[in-house]
Design a protein around this ligand. Structure first.
Ligand code: MLT
Length: 399
């Protein structure tokens, strides 16, 4: 008899955003006349930029001619894109080698897939609240997970505790869901902890493009010592509207080398390369051509224009919270606004109230862990008109 992976019994029956989509779809089916405004899942709404579209079109044309047609590409990504990403890091003061960069179909898959690199015996430390993918993927593998509290008191930025022994640590900054951002000193404390304890930090920087306050780090590699202990996951989803187009990248420094139980050495970079060449056939050429455009100076300007639009929405949401006296974090260096549920409500109850009474969809904090039970997340990814209307409707809850 085939024995199934019983660890699946230990995760929730459905993924957070699938559960939300189900509830919203049920509501829409029962109330076809109601206009629902979606500020739930962090999915972009602006179309791809025109420079990216041009690059995609030319790549499609190349695929239609024998001389320029491409079959299997390098599993790690084409050099033109790896070098483009390398130059982008360099402009931000981080020097990498191109073969430390692995192109992927997004940060969600890679943060999950990267669990292949670690023994099931490792203890995994995650913040709570947390992006559920880190917890679910490790639970699927049967790994022990311990939590560190992100609370209003610590600004939702838990710091290392020497009495806690962790082998693999997930950090996300700017944070999903809270929008909080570690400063350089705080990240340095994490890097020092990891190096001291021979741990690896899995750093999710999918929202780095939203950092707007000067001095805040956009990459963990801006921190001294990070190259011996940190892997960074990044994505074009939020940077350039690639949620549907799919392209991301993971930086695995060659300096992360660990001893095996019998005294040999393993390089994380070589292991990830081995894993990817075995289990992945690379991101489509056409998509990589579009992605490469994003990393040019003009492509970055185009992406910035999109991000500025979402920033304007975030400001509208945070101004509304200020006006209503609702406590929140995020919104400045992040597309997310994370706030305390009004009326002392449990977040799934508040979700239902918002959906039924004002037809605005958000994400209940409980979906991100126990510390989110009484919190709620709104995104700035809808358009300005809808965001404005959602905020007008939101205010009516307080009348
Ligand atoms: C979110 O809403 O948290 C994100 O869209 C999820 C993701 O990027 O996978």
């Amino acid at each position: 008899m085939a024995k199934l992976n019983e660890n699946y019994l230990n995760i929730k029956q459905s993924y957070l955003f699938s559960e939300i989509a189900k509830r919203v779809n049920d509501f829409c089916a029962e109330n076809p006349d109601k206009k629902v405004i979606r500020l739930g899942i962090g999915d972009v709404t602006l179309p791809l930029g025109s420079l990216v579209i041009d690059a995609l079109h030319s790549a499609v044309d190349e695929m239609g001619k024998a001389e320029t047609f491409k079959g299997y590409g390098p599993e790690q990504g084409y050099d033109f894109l790896r070098n483009g990403i390398k130059d982008y890091y360099s402009r931000n003061g981080v020097e990498l080698e191109a073969d430390e960069i692995f192109v992927s179909d997004g940060a969600k898959s890679d943060t999950g897939n990267f669990t292949d690199m670690f023994s099931v015996d490792n203890t995994v430390l995650v913040p709570d609240p947390v992006y559920p993918v880190y917890v679910d993927t490790n639970t699927m593998n049967g790994r022990k997970i311990i939590y560190m509290d992100g609370t209003a008191e610590n600004g939702f930025l838990p710091m290392p505790d020497d009495s806690v022994k962790a082998d693999v640590i997930y950090l996300c900054s700017p944070n999903n869901p809270t929008g909080a951002v570690y400063n350089k000193e705080q990240l340095k404390a994490w890097v020092d902890y990891a190096n001291k304890n021979d741990a690896v930090i899995l750093f999710d920087s999918a929202y780095e493009c939203f950092v707007s306050e000067p001095g805040l780090p956009r990459s963990i590699f801006q921190i001294e010592g990070a190259k011996t202990c940190a892997v960074e996951f990044c994505s074009l989803s939020k940077t350039a509207g690639f949620t549907g187009t799919r392209c991301g990248y993971t930086v695995v420094p060659k300096a992360i080398v660990k001893k095996t139980s019998d005294g040999r050495t393993l390089s994380l970079n070589q292991m990830w390369n081995r894993r990817q060449t075995t289990k992945f056939n690379g991101v489509p050429y056409i998509i990589q051509r579009g992605a490469a455009k994003v990393f040019t100076e003009e492509g970055m300007l185009e992406a910035k224009g999109m991000i500025d639009t979402y920033r304007k929405n975030a400001k509208l949401i945070s101004d509304t919270m200020d006006e209503l006296g609702v406590k929140y974090t995020g919104g400045i260096n992040s597309p997310y606004i994370w706030f305390e549920c009004p009326f002392n409500m449990y977040s799934w109850d508040f979700f239902d109230k918002m959906l039924k009474e004002i037809q605005v969809v958000g994400t209940p904090g409980a979906g991100f862990g126990k510390n989110g039970d009484n919190y709620f997340r709104l995104t700035s990814f809808n358009n300005y008109e809808n965001t404005k209307e959602a905020m007008e409707r939101f205010k009516t809850l307080f009348k």
